[in-house]
Write a protein that binds this ligand. Structure first.
Ligand SMILES: Nc1ncnc2c1ncn2[C@@H]1O[C@H](COP(=O)(O)OP(=O)(O)OP(=O)(O)O)[C@@H](O)[C@H]1O
Ligand SMILES: [Mg+2]
Length: 329
């Protein structure tokens, strides 16, 4: 079953054992238990509690129909990481990957990263820092994002997308006994599993992969409602900044939003002037958030319905690990 590994490599036997005993509905109850480190909208990141797996973070992608689909995805994943780290200049934690076949014969791709301290991740640290430092953190994130749009402007024919949400960044060298962010703080970017980039204007990632983990009865709606939106918003500096700020609703610090808007507008009027980003308003942020919350809550609810149908009614395997209940405001 074992096949590939690179930079970070883990013991494939242990990973296969984990996979064969995995309970996707309750990952913590798997034969080798998983400890969830974080949920995104689409995937779950966890630690595998076995010897030799300590200190790694795993993201399990179960969307591939057959092994032949993994090759192109892996190519995109590696190229995306390479462009971000080497050409754009964004720091990434050490990473690797592994692929194997599940017990039901499904190809599974694991993204492996060095595990970063949970409190160092943006959506945790914003609850530990004083407000001015949260505002500074957002400015530091905007500076990282600017590197992407500088690259996109300079590099003819290549365009990279990025999801700037606060939960996708980790404060490097974070010290839990004194949470602190200053002008010299360095950030690491973790969310590399959706490697969106265009070459000559052509999206390199197969959008169908996104649709796979959606219930089949919904695919038409997702195509219509959100695929285009989700595939394109991350190429737009202004939308990525709005997304970053609007997310403070979901991350339970909405009171900071006015200060964050002010900070972002100052950033766009000074440090990032050349990108000509129009000022962001409170209305932009609120209406964006309302729409986004509807899209994602609906998406998750329908995936849970699908899981119920597949497992309980059709008695089929449901291969995806879904996020738990996401608290929103
Ligand atoms: N290397 C890591 N170390 C520690 N925690 C991590 C690491 N990578 C991810 N996490 C946790 O898991 C959460 C989700 O990870 P990530 O942002 O990569 O996935 P995602 O948002 O689900 O991606 P998508 O929605 O695009 O599938 C992060 O916000 C963080 O809390
Ligand atoms: Mg994320």
């Amino acid at each position: 079953m074992a096949e590939e590994k690179n930079a970070i490599s883990v013991d494939m036997k242990t990973l296969e054992e984990f996979e064969s005993g995995l309970d996707p509905r309750h990952p913590e109850r798997s034969r080798i238990p998983a400890r969830v480190l974080g949920y995104g909208e689409i995937s779950t990141v966890f630690e595998i509690q076995a010897q030799g797996m300590e200190g790694y973070a795993f993201k399990r992608l179960a969307v591939f129909k057959d092994r032949r689909e993994i090759g192109p995805y892996l190519g995109n994943y590696e190229e995306y990481n390479r462009i971000l780290a080497e050409e754009v200049g964004i720091s990434l934690p050490p990473y690797g990957h592994a692929s194997l076949t599940s017990r039901s014969g499904r190809p599974i791709f694991y993204i492996i990263q060095e595990q970063l301290p949970p409190e160092s991740i943006g959506n945790r640290i914003i609850h530990l820092l004083p407000s001015q430092e949260v505002v500074l953190l957002v400015r530091l994130i905007l500076r990282e994002l600017k590197k992407v749009w500088d690259f996109n402007r300079e590099r003819e024919g290549v365009e990279v997308a990025i999801d700037g949400q606060v939960s996708n960044w980790s404060v490097a060298g974070f010290d839990p006994s004194s949470p602190h962010v200053d002008e010299g703080t360095e950030l690491l970017y973790v969310d590399t599993s959706t490697p969106l980039f265009r070459i000559g204007g052509v999206e390199q990632l197969d959008p169908e992969l996104f649709l796979r983990s959606a219930p089949s009865f919904l695919v038409w709606m997702i195509r219509l409602l959100f695929l285009k939106d989700v595939m394109t918003r991350y190429y737009d500096f202004r939308l990525v900044a709005i997304d970053l700020i609007a997310n403070f609703h979901k991350e339970q610090r909405p009171e900071l939003i006015p200060a964050l808007i002010e900070e972002a507008n100052d950033f766009f009027a000074t440090e990032a002037r050349e990108h000509g980003v129009k000022p962001i308003t409170g209305k932009d942020v609120d209406s964006y958030y309302r729409e986004d919350a509807v899209i994602w809550s609906l998406y998750l609810a329908l995936r849970k319905t699908d899981r119920f149908l597949q497992e309980r009614i059709l008695r089929r395997e449901y291969p995806y690990i879904l996020p738990g209940k996401i608290k929103r405001r």
